[in-house]
Design a protein around this ligand. Structure first.
Ligand code: URA
Length: 193
């Protein structure tokens, strides 16, 4: 279904029962940010705190994501943040293919309404869904590719950076590349001082 307005999309997504995750969720974690954002970040799926609060990236990984945004002049005020699956996989396991497939229409509808210039995949699962099914995050993070007129790049998921701080220099380089691309393409984004 093609959505032309956010209210209908939000309402339909909020009542979704397309996969079994609906039965164990506390919230549908739809996404946050300006609906005309030029930059869209996509994570994997809600964790415990996100499920409780209904907002993406509000736990420890979210705190690091906020810091990552801050160092390149971005914030939740000037970019949109969403996930591949909108409901929490129990025990924070990876979302299954069937769950990703069932959920993909919601993110696709969000992308169609936002029409971002840049889409940043946070981690392997988002990159496999949105860039290529055989995407290898260790080899291909930081590389730009264009799909449907949108520049795509994957960076390490903040949870991976919390587990393995040795990945942080790579993540920093990728963020600087994102900053340079954003400065080139994004005219409407209000940068933080
Ligand atoms: N990890 C994700 O991928 N998404 C969230 O919303 C929180 C943690």
């Amino acid at each position: 279904m093609q959505y032309t307005d956010w209210d209908q999309l939000r309402q339909d997504c909020g009542g979704c029962t397309r996969c079994p995750l609906y039965a164990t969720r506390r919230s549908v974690v739809f996404g946050v940010g300006p609906e005309d954002a030029e930059i869209l970040f996509v994570g994997e799926g809600p964790g415990e705190q996100e499920d409780r609060l209904g907002e993406p990236f509000v736990g420890p990984a979210g705190k690091l994501l906020d810091e990552m945004l801050y160092i390149i002049g971005l914030s939740r005020k000037n970019c949109y943040i969403a996930n591949i699956v909108k409901c929490r996989p129990p025990g924070n396991r990876d979302p299954m293919n069937t769950e990703r497939e069932a959920c993909s229409q919601w993110l696709q509808a969000q992308i169609a309404l936002i029409r971002p210039k840049i889409l940043v995949c946070l981690g392997r699962i988002a990159a496999m869904e949105l860039i290529r099914p055989d995407f290898r995050i260790t080899r291909e993070h930081g590389q730009w590719t264009e799909k449907n007129g949108i520049r795509h790049m994957a960076i390490y998921h903040p949870s991976a950076l919390l587990r393995d701080p040795e990945k942080r220099p790579d993540a920093f380089r990728d963020l600087k590349s994102l900053q340079a691309m954003a400065e080139r393409l994004c005219q409407r984004t209000l940068w933080e001082p």
